[in-house]
Design a binder for this molecule. Structure first.
Ligand code: AFP
Length: 319
């Protein structure tokens, strides 16, 4: 078991040593994400100030043009991941089509990300995040992003909350690192995360319940009647982070209006599914294991139910 407080870079390199054939490319890819996360985290801390300055004259204290945080995060990721040379292609929630970075021509990997999840929570100072999912480059076309959740090489998220936490898996354990802003290092704070077998919280936007299937309404009613409490942050990454640590269920189901739910398969649902399953939980679209889902489009939406085994088993029985 790695020691608490280990720096993320050292952790990544020690993981790499376990694979004698590793070229170091995945390690460099992960370190590039880490760098982007630090840049976004430090900018996030300035959100109120940047907005004030932005409204005044659109120029910040460094004399640079002020950008909205989500645009800033998107550009930071595209620049830093593109320059790392490890990624042949990048797919972002903010871009209609994948970006093929000039320096990534020999990149072994492709990456999909949501640069800033929960952007409507920014101005009310509630947790926001970045999610990512890495695949091997195959033919170098957009199809490479549609390999399916079980082909993910690594997945993770960064939550910018009361502290900044970087959680990721390369397919074995799930580990979490908290940013120590005084030294600018992510330090191991949540080694080998295991989701509780059963929780006490359900997390779903109940204002959509009128458009749910009756069986689903009954399921959430049954949770209420058996002592569950409700929590909804409205930033998927924050709701999943809590579910990972405390157990229970998080869902964004389909409803009458949103036939495929709201969340995006490639860079929201599938990476969260991998993390939850590798931590010992379960994730489904209501019919099958979420990792069996092969998106047909990079921005496709799918329903998601994820969490502790106990809640997902009882959900599957109820549906
Ligand atoms: P924003 O980025 O527009 O705030 O959306 C956040 C999000 O995609 C996801 O993080 C939440 O779980 C979900 O939307 C909340 O959606 P509802 O407001 O429909 O519940």
């Amino acid at each position: 078991m790695p020691e608490i407080g280990m720096d993320l870079n050292r952790f990544i390199l020690e993981e790499e040593r376990r694979f004698p054939d590793a070229t170091g490319s995945l390690s460099m890819a992960l370190m590039a994400i880490e760098t982007a996360a630090k840049v976004i985290a430090s900018h996030t801390r300035m959100a109120g100030l940047v907005d004030i300055l932005g409204k005044a004259d659109k120029v910040n204290v460094q004399g640079e043009e002020v950008q909205k945080l989500d645009e800033f995060s998107n550009e930071a990721l595209i620049t830093i991941l593109g320059d790392s040379g490890q990624f042949y292609a990048l797919a972002s929630e903010e871009e209609d089509d994948p970006v093929f970075p000039e320096k990534g021509k020999n990149g072994k990997y492709i990456i999909a990300f949501d640069p800033l999840d929960g952007s409507t929570n920014i101005e009310v100072n509630v947790s926001i995040g970045t999610s990512f999912s890495i695949y091997k480059k195959l033919n170098g076309t957009v199809e490479d992003f549609l390999q399916g959740g079980d082909k993910q090489i690594a997945a993770g998220y960064v939550i910018y909350g009361s502290s900044t936490v970087f959680v990721y898996t390369t397919g074995s354990d799930v580990n979490g690192f908290t940013l120590d802003p005084s030294v600018g290092l992510f330090l191991l704070s949540h080694p080998s995360i295991k989701i509780p077998e059963k929780g006490k919280i359900y997390s779903v936007n109940e204002s959509n319940a009128g458009g749910w299937d009756q069986k689903l309404r009954d399921y959430f009613e049954s949770l209420k009647n058996s002592g569950y409490t409700s929590r909804l942050i409205g930033t998927m990454i924050a709701d999943v982070h809590r579910t990972l640590l405390k157990g229970g269920i998080f869902a964004y189901p389909a409803d009458e209006k949103n036939k495929n739910g709201k969340l995006r398969a490639l860079y929201e649902v599938l990476p969260m599914g991998l993390l939850i399953e590798k931590a010992g939980g379960m994730a489904t679209d209501g019919e099958k294991d979420i990792l069996q889902v092969k998106p047909t489009d990079i921005h496709q939406r799918i329903p998601i139910f994820l969490g502790s085994k106990s809640e997902i088993y009882s959900l599957m029985k109820a549906l």
